[in-house]
Write a protein that binds this ligand. Structure first.
Ligand code: GAR
Length: 201
């Protein structure tokens, strides 16, 4: 049986991308990563993919007349690479419901908070400023809504008295780098089933 082909979508630093690539190298994730889709030509993740000898396709939304055309370009690349699973790792663009429907239970995302709390692009800061005592990390299937969909894995992170936002960010990222590869490996073992809103093992 051929290995699952994963496309990682990322827009920025790519620390989660690197964690996933390392987990593929060690054999923890039994899959290939033939493709990185990046929507930001300046993103540091691009260099990381080049170093890892992973094909990078930069598709910037501003080069297209609308989201439909932008997504059509992405779909064409995904088809060409025989992609089975899309892993969003800091991809700061909202995929349309039509795009998501095309890949049922085949798009996953990581979010740096305990969903459904603190959705959006600044979850770590928002949780910190709100003053919650516990935040965390969520890996979930992607549905038609933003930072929404059946939860695969969550890990809490306590916010200690006097902790800085910078330190919290470091801790959250460290947790992400451990949790995301584990969630992907579990998914690839074929043990997860989505029943309504819930993921069961
Ligand atoms: C990660 O913290 C990820 O959870 C977050 O973007 C960061 C990307 O970091 N994603 C979201 O906020 C999605 N709403 P990275 O580029 O170093 O992997």
């Amino acid at each position: 049986m051929r290995k699952t082909n994963i496309a990682v979508f990322a827009s920025g630093t790519g620390s989660n991308f690197s964690a996933i690539v390392s987990a593929v190298k060690t054999g923890m994730i039994k899959a290939n990563i033939p493709l990185l889709i990046c929507d930001n030509p300046e993103a540091p993740v691009i260099k990381k993919a080049v170093r890892a000898k992973i094909r990078v396709v930069v598709i910037a939304a501003k080069d297209f007349s609308d989201r439909d055309q932008f997504e059509k370009a992405i779909i064409e690349v995904l088809r060409g690479c025989g992609i089975d699973l899309i892993v969003l790792a800091g991809f700061m663009r909202i995929l349309s419901p039509a795009f998501v429907k095309r890949y049922p239970s085949r798009i996953i995302n990581i979010h740096p908070a305990l969903l459904p709390s603190f959705k959006g692009a600044h979850a770590i800061r928002d949780a910190f400023e709100y003053g919650v005592k516990v935040t965390g990390v969520t890996v979930h299937f992607v549905d038609e809504k933003t930072d929404h969909g059946p939860v695969i894995m969550q890990e809490p992170v306590r916010i200690e008295n006097g902790q800085t936002l910078k330190r919290l960010g470091q801790i959250i990222h460290k947790v992400e780098h451990r949790v995301y590869p584990r969630a992907i490996a579990l998914l690839l073992r074929g043990r997860l089933r989505v029943r309504g809103r819930k993921v069961v093992c």
